[in-house]
Design a protein around this ligand. Structure first.
Ligand code: ATP
Length: 254
């Protein structure tokens, strides 16, 4: 069963076709990968899925519902959250505050209940704090919860971004270059973390990354883009043995 389907997806910017007629299914409960050379259209696809860019042509189906053209907040509310290529955190707030703020987006009490500190509000706040603590524990950030986010090592800032995305209770998590800037040890730790959190949160995951060891190591299905078009899709083995992919991407140093 598929959680997400891209049907004939196209995005043009003026005369440039950033994404052209792409069909791709993301299976439910699996980790999938989206790879391709720089400028191939990968981040544009994330921006289309999350409603940041408007689709030029084609359809995006999430859990069999058409979400094409919907606003980002609606799509996030349906269960798709993401991280960004350039980390986006509240850099001057603590690690804990960063996660707690994200958890609060699920709170359902109103301003009056909050100002009057009514019991329903106090109960929810306790639950949200508990949730933030759990997320920090799972992401291995509990012992740094009082640090200012900007002072975290880069690899841990990436983990914090994932914790914030998980706080929104996604069913589909989109990770845009989660291992960018990480050394091989940090990348290996991130791979185990993603593999462990997938069943823990009952997630489907779609990852963009240039680290082939990460993508080939944890993805069950991979799509390769080149110049905005789908070049190949299949298992890591299919992709590694595909001469077109080797020529377009894997054979390129860097
Ligand atoms: N807002 C925009 N306006 C104009 N062109 C854009 C815009 N966003 C992306 N593009 C163009 O679309 C193409 C695809 O870009 P995109 O960022 O999706 O590639 P990518 O595969 O994610 O690359 P990278 O691996 O370098 O992040 C590029 O030619 C890019 O310059």
């Amino acid at each position: 069963m598929n959680i997400l389907e891209l049907q004939n997806l196209t995005k043009t910017f003026g005369g440039l076709t950033a994404v052209g007629n792409v069909d791709f299914e993301v299976p439910k409960g699996k980790i999938s990968g989206l790879i391709g050379p720089n400028g191939a259209g990968k981040t544009t696809i994330f921006n289309l899925i999350t409603g940041v860019y408007k689709v030029s042509e084609g359809k995006i189906m999430f859990k069999d519902r058409d979400i094409t053209g919907k606003e980002p907040h609606f799509i996030a509310g349906q269960g798709i959250t993401r991280t960004f290529q350039n980390i986006r955190l509240f850099k001057k707030l603590t690690v804990y505050e960063n996660v707690l703020i994200a958890c609060h987006s699920n709170g359902s009490y109103n301003i009056l209940e909050s100002v009057l500190r009514l019991p329903r509000c106090r109960k929810q706040e306790r639950e949200l704090k508990q949730k933030a603590d759990n997320l920090l524990e799972i992401m291995g950030l509990q012992d740094r919860k009082d640090l200012i986010a900007n002072n975290l090592p880069y690899g841990l800032q990436r983990r914090l971004e994932i914790a914030r995305a998980l706080a929104l209770n996604p069913e589909l998590l989109l990770l845009d270059e989660p291992a960018a800037g990480m050394n091989p040890d940090e990348t290996a730790q991130l791979m185990s973390l993603i593999s462990e959190m997938r069943p823990k949160f009952d997630l489907s995951v779609l990852i963009i990354d240039h680290h082939m060891d990460l993508v080939m190591g944890i993805c069950e299905k991979i799509m390769v883009l080149n110049f905005g078009c789908k070049l190949a899709e299949g298992t890591p083995q299919d992709i590694q043995n595909n001469p077109k992919v080797v020529e377009a991407y894997l054979g390129v140093e860097g």
